[in-house]
Design a protein around this ligand. Structure first.
Ligand code: C5P
Length: 223
């Protein structure tokens, strides 16, 4: 079974997808982590994220997904960067380079291959991202589109950054989230949008447990 969860930054996708996968005995595939890994490769080469740079950089970059006890790790050129990619700087670069066709093409095959392999091995996979229900798996069995009020999403992101010791303010996180959503929604290739057959879940005033329960119930209804 293929389950997709798409939505804007901070809507609760990754926490919910991970927990729902756990509860169902499925595995979790975070497609944003793959864009972040490529973004890190750009940052490490002091690149700004232009199409010309992408042409030069992408052939030398390798992004792999590995599972350790069902825990997804993202590997950049042989190095596990799962922790390193969780910064605002990498997120902003990911947003920029994810609009490039060459970057999306590079990751699409891996997302489909890993998704299918893991679904076969474990009975199901839960993907999260922006286009997993529209482009990566348009025939997914269950599609969820998560939304939440921007201020609530900024509050959640701020908490995550503070836990990692990043020095950011609520206003800067809110601005970052709004800019990122606008860029993700309005880009030409694979923009963030709800698939026609996706169920919308507003998480603004829902607990994580409720969100996970909602996804698990949607999946069980299809089993
Ligand atoms: O979800 P996360 O914040 O880790 O994603 C980082 C960026 O990667 C997003 O802002 C978005 O621009 C991009 N992305 C994407 N398509 C996906 C997942 C993420 O374009 N399926």
């Amino acid at each position: 079974m293929i389950v997709t969860i798409d939505g804007p930054a901070g809507s609760g996708k990754s926490t919910t997808a991970r927990a729902a996968a756990d509860r169902l005995g499925f595995v979790y595939l975070d497609t944003g982590a793959m864009y972040r890994a490529i973004a890190l490769a750009f940052i490490r080469r002091d690149a700004e994220g232009t199409p010309d740079e992408a042409r030069a950089i992408l052939p030398d970059v390798r992004v792999d997904i590995r599972y350790r006890d069902n825990d997804m790790r993202v590997v950049l050129d042989g190095e596990d960067v799962s922790g390193t990619i969780r910064t605002a700087e990498v997120g902003n670069m990911a947003s920029q380079i994810s609009a490039l066709q060459s970057v999306r093409e590079k990751l699409l095959d891996t997302q489909r291959r890993v998704g299918r392999e893991q679904a076969e091995k474990h009975g199901g996979v839960v993907l999260d991202g922006r286009d997993t229900g529209t482009v990566v798996f348009p025939d997914a069995d269950v599609k969820i589109f998560m939304v939440a009020d921007a201020r609530e999403r900024a509050r959640r992101r701020l908490e995550e950054y503070q836990k990692q010791g990043e020095d950011v303010t609520f206003e800067s996180v809110l601005r970052e989230i709004e800019e990122r959503d606008e860029a993700d929604r309005t880009r030409e290739i694979a923009p963030l949008k709800r698939a026609d057959d996706a169920v919308e879940l507003d998480t603004t005033s829902r607990s994580i447990d409720e969100q996970v329960g909602f996804v698990v119930n949607c999946v069980k209804a299809e089993l």
